[in-house]
Write a protein that binds this ligand. Structure first.
Ligand SMILES: Nc1ncnc2c1ncn2[C@@H]1O[C@H](COP(=O)(O)OP(=O)(O)OP(=O)(O)O)[C@@H](O)[C@H]1O
Ligand SMILES: N[C@@H](CCO)C(=O)O
Length: 426
């Protein structure tokens, strides 16, 4: 290379470096990538009448094409939300009628008292619509037992949604087709609460902040008092929830594929309030350590898919011994019978009286699995036999974990419009 050529190259390099630095300074100075909400401040959604596209980039609405640095995932999230909010804006107008599907849930999973819960593939469908007179009608599980007045959790949930929307509760009529066993330890109250809240929000045309806030979870857990049922109703799968001193937070625990749920559901009702009243007010340090170890084992077993460890992971000293001793004498014999028949584990579902056994099948629907891979029939028989020995009548239901939580299945007028069709044409 001649000295002329190398001088030229040197100047080109210097020029490029200066230009690059200039661009970088400009980007740093003007890019929304610099925008950050004050620490710990949650992004709040503007009232409906404001254009959502402007609230994030108020100072620079056209800057959405500027550079996002690789580490700036918060900025990326902001932009995604902005784009989505613009598309969805039309969907947040008041509606006349809405239908929501909500799953059953199995809380505690043994030691995770008031903390862990799993969505069960067994669904209720709740329709709420504007009407001239208040009415609740029900068919299916608990149709005759559930309250038909304002104490019904569907109404309480709806009311909370309209309060969040800062709107008066209109006259509504409710219909539920319930497949979630009523007051049996499978989360019938949480399913009703979440269905009511979601229906209310959609009827009111109200949007809740979700990212970093999960306002729906806050309202639902606030009504229920703990997140172990409401979190899996909302989000599906297996959830572990805490209150961090400020708000409820829940995280999904990975769920091994192909788990089958074999549930012995007694014919009698067991109210959670009654099942809580038999618990001791305090526990020993030894029992606390026991439960901590079991919860850790349970979550680890689920994370790594080690089903052999589940039977240790569901052990508990906080509530099952007391409830088994005072209310459900069949509990421990049934757990033993289920595990002896091949269940990976068994525990008291929620506050009872249902006993939940988990068996391992191959992935795919039960009917696509080889007989040899399934132990649900043997487990079901063993549970029925144990119940018989205690004179307890009931039914066995076999289903799966649901990875999906509550979903809206019908809206009037619909979300889908000429240009965009949402799933199920809702
Ligand atoms: N729509 C509703 N569906 C079911 N239960 C309702 C509803 N509205 C109010 N309730 C009341 O909730 C109670 C049932 O909830 P409870 O917490 O006792 O059981 P669960 O939610 O089925 O079981 P768990 O919480 O142990 O999983 C009943 O006393 C019932 O009166
Ligand atoms: N964690 C609750 C479950 C029922 O809501 C209990 O065991 O009482």
């Amino acid at each position: 290379m001649s000295s002329n050529e190398s001088t030229k190259l040197l100047w080109t390099a210097v020029g490029a470096a200066i230009a690059g630095a200039g661009v970088a300074v400009a980007v740093l100075k003007y890019s929304p990538a610099r925008y950050s909400a004050p620490k710990d401040e949650e992004p709040s959604f503007p009232p409906l009448h404001q254009k959502r596209t402007s609230f994030i980039y108020e100072n620079n609405a056209s800057s959405s094409n500027s550079v996002i640095f690789p580490h700036n995932h918060e900025e990326r999230m902001r932009r995604q939300i902005t784009a989505r909010a613009a598309v969805e804006e039309d969907n947040f107008m008041p509606r006349d009628s809405v239908t929501v599907r909500v799953p059953a849930t199995s809380a505690n999973m043994g030691p995770g008292y008031d903390t862990i819960g799993m969505a069960v593939d067994l669904w209720s469908e709740v329709t709420v619509e504007r009407a001239d007179t208040f009415e609740i009608t029900a068919e299916g599980e608990g149709a005759t037992e559930m309250p038909k007045d304002e104490t019904n959790y569907m109404v309480i949930g709806c009311k909370a949604a309209f309060e969040a929307a800062n709107k008066p509760l209109p006259i509504l009529k409710y219909h539920v087709f319930s497949r979630v066993p009523f007051a049996r330890g499978l989360g019938s109250s949480s399913a009703a609460i979440v269905a009511g809240i979601i229906a209310g929000l959609i009827l009111a045309g109200h949007r809740l902040p979700c990212w970093g806030s999960e306002a729906l979870l806050q309202i639902a857990a606030g009504i229920e008092g703990h997140p172990d049922n409401v979190a899996p109703v909302i989000y599906g799968g297996i959830q572990v929830g805490i209150h961090n001193g400020t708000r409820w937070v829940t995280e999904r625990v990975p769920c091994p594929a192909g788990l089958q749920l074999v549930m012995f559901i007694p014919d009698f009702i067991g109210k959670t309030s009654d099942a809580r009243s038999v618990l001791q007010p305090t526990i020993s340090r030894e029992d606390a350590a026991y439960n901590i170890s079991r919860v850790a084992f349970l979550v680890h077993a689920l994370c790594v898919g080690n089903l052999d460890n589940l039977k240790w992971g569901v052990e508990d000293r906080l509530h099952q011994p007391q409830r088994g001793g005072k209310l459900y004498k069949y509990l421990y014999p049934m757990i033993e019978a289920a595990e002896n028949a091949g269940a990976a584990c068994a525990y008291l579902s929620g506050a009872g009286p249902t006993v939940m056994a988990i068996t391992a099948g191959a992935s795919g629907d039960i009917f696509a699995q080889r007989e040899k891979e399934r132990s649900d029939l043997a487990v079901a028989k063993a549970m029925r036999q144990a119940a018989k020995e205690f004179g307890v009548q009931g039914q066995v239901v076999v289903t799966n974990v649901s990875n999906e939580g509550a979903r809206v299945v019908k809206v009037v007028p619909p979300f889908s419009t000429g240009g965009i069709t949402y799933r199920d044409n809702i």
